[in-house]
Write a protein that binds this ligand. Structure first.
Ligand SMILES: Nc1nc2c(ncn2[C@@H]2O[C@H](COP(=O)(O)OP(=O)(O)OP(=O)(O)O)[C@@H](O)[C@H]2O)c(=O)[nH]1
Ligand SMILES: [Zn+2]
Length: 201
């Protein structure tokens, strides 16, 4: 099992989510906004929210590098791109959702090819933590670099942030695009242009 991205939490040290603590906190929030946590409609809400948080933050207990343990020895040293991987994450500043699509490309080296679904699983694991879009992007790219030592990696993430749409600056429809470019893609403009054009089409 590899090391975590330095910016990421020590997720493996966490055991189970403390559902009881989330329930208490949600009850307090309901009281603090001036509603009655004991009215019918809200009675089970703390329990539901606790269950939901356990689900949307389940990446806290998953090491994304695990998905790259099993490699197929396939003699393919050309680009592999899995695009339009949908993801949902929670912005660490406001704990509201941001969501969109991730595109992951790499050029395998030395026959280290992984199952396509593992790229999507890594995106999902990383997204299901309190996050920044930039950190999802670089964490996925760096995990692939560390585990597969490929010729190059590109991760592009495009997302809509609810903290920018339903509140605050209120700019619905605005999209944020982030990219992490590693290896050959960083210094070969033609390779980079190819992958970005494949992502766009
Ligand atoms: N870089 C980055 N910023 C984010 C992300 N998600 C949310 N933010 C921003 O985080 C910032 C937090 O700014 P603050 O001024 O501390 O908080 P705030 O008063 O709620 O800010 P506003 O959203 O402008 O109302 C905002 O500008 C958000 O748009 C992200 O994934 N990456
Ligand atoms: Zn936010």
């Amino acid at each position: 099992m590899g090391l975590f991205h330095p910016l990421e939490r020590e997720v493996l040290s966490l055991k189970e989510v403390d559902l009881e603590k989330i329930q208490q906190a949600v009850r307090m929030i309901i009281e603090a906004i001036g509603d009655n946590p004991d009215r019918d409609g809200l009675l089970d809400t703390p329990k539901r929210v606790a269950k939901m948080y356990a689900e949307v933050f389940e990446g806290m207990r998953v090491n994304e590098e695990e998905f790259f343990e099993t490699v197929f020895s396939e003699d393919h040293e050309e680009m592999v791109l899995v695009k339009d991987i949908p993801f949902y994450s929670m912005c660490e500043h406001h704990l509201v959702p941001f969501f969109g699509k991730a595109h992951v490309a790499y050029i395998p080296r030395g026959g280290r090819v992984v199952g396509l679904s593992k790229l999507a699983r890594a995106v999902e694991a990383v997204a299901r933590r309190p996050q920044l879009q930039e950190r999802i992007t670089s964490t996925v790219a760096d995990a692939i670099v560390r585990k597969l030592d490929p010729h190059g990696v590109v991760v592009v993430v495009e997302a809509e942030h609810m903290c920018m749409t339903m509140r605050g600056v209120k700019k619905p429809g605005s999209k944020t695009v982030t990219s992490a470019v590693r290896g050959i893609f960083a210094h070969d403009a033609a390779a980079r242009a190819e992958v970005f054009s494949l992502i766009r089409t």
